[in-house]
Design a protein around this ligand. Structure first.
Ligand SMILES: NC(=O)c1ccc[n+]([C@@H]2O[C@H](COP(=O)([O-])OP(=O)(O)OC[C@H]3O[C@@H](n4cnc5c(N)ncnc54)[C@H](O)[C@@H]3O)[C@@H](O)[C@H]2O)c1
Length: 247
């Protein structure tokens, strides 16, 4: 897509990483948060964090010039108006449907008609967010995995109202950012799209195994790593997703 101004709403575990990836891919990115601490932590993580641009330079994934250029394209701000001229906004606020609906209503009221509103929800129906706006054709799910700079997931979730043009634009952006987009259908009555529905079914079973006294958390994790060559087991995965893999 020609347009390349991207807004990211939320500078937490996911938002800061998403902003970093899109800035590296060449977009002008504004990352907004209501919390000054989150903005500070997000900025610090993008610069010097474990998955930040300096670390990418040390590992030979980026040149120093590319890292500097990416940082120059990325602004963290506490002023929401800076988001309103974006071509695409990626929402990454906490996983509460009421909060996301409010955020989508406000973005719809303030952004120009062309702006695509994408949600990094882990599983809420995209049709519920589309229905909160007057641009349901330009609302879509764009589900990332943590840590965003590393993981290739781009689960693109189409609501019935999402247009082909919106889907194609987001698929193109995700691909240009080095991700591996897969377009799936929204499921209005269940949480989790595809990746999280399948993952949480496994977590429920893992928890049941622990409740039955068959094995403890660490043993279940170890068995799943050894059996399936997963990088980590189900319980360690849940902890890492919450912490951003910082520890
Ligand atoms: N953590 C993961 O592994 C992961 C993976 C994929 C998707 N997600 C989804 O991404 C979203 C964000 O998750 P996270 O882990 O980054 O959460 P987080 O709590 O780390 O970050 C959320 C940020 O949103 C900010 N915020 C709250 N209200 C806001 C508002 N009105 N406007 C702007 N910013 C606001 C908070 O200050 C916070 O910094 C959730 O929907 C979550 O389900 C998380």
């Amino acid at each position: 897509m020609e347009q390349r101004r991207i807004g990211v709403m939320g500078a937490g575990v996911m938002g800061a990483g998403i902003a970093q990836v899109l800035a590296i891919a060449g977009s002008e990115v504004v990352c907004y948060d209501v919390s000054a601490d989150a903005l500070e932590a997000g900025r610090a993580g993008v610069d010097g964090g474990r998955f930040g641009v300096r670390s990418a330079v040390e590992r030979g994934k980026l040149t120093a010039a590319e890292a500097d250029a990416a940082l120059a394209r990325l602004t963290f701000t506490g002023d929401v108006e800076h988001l309103h001229e974006s071509d695409v906004v990626v929402e990454a606020v906490p996983e509460r449907l009421d909060l996301k609906v409010t955020v989508f209503r406000e973005l719809d009221a303030h952004c120009p008609q062309r702006t695509i509103l994408a949600s990094n929800s882990s599983g809420f129906p995209i049709s519920a967010l589309a229905a909160a706006t007057d641009r349901p054709d330009r609302v879509i799910g764009w589900h990332w995995a943590s840590p965003a700079p590393v993981m290739r997931l781009a689960e693109i979730v189409r609501a019935p109202s999402t247009s082909d043009a919106t889907t194609e634009a987001v698929v193109e952006l995700a691909r240009a950012a080095g991700k591996n987009p897969v377009v799936v259908q929204d499921a209005p009555t269940s949480w989790g799209y595809v990746a999280n529905r399948v993952y949480f079914a496994m977590v429920r079973e893992a928890a049941q195994v622990v409740r039955e006294g068959i094995a403890d958390h660490a043993e279940v994790d170890q068995l799943m790593v050894d059996c399936f060559r997963w990088p980590t087991g189900p319980f360690a995965m849940t902890r890492g997703a919450g912490s951003g893999w910082s520890g």
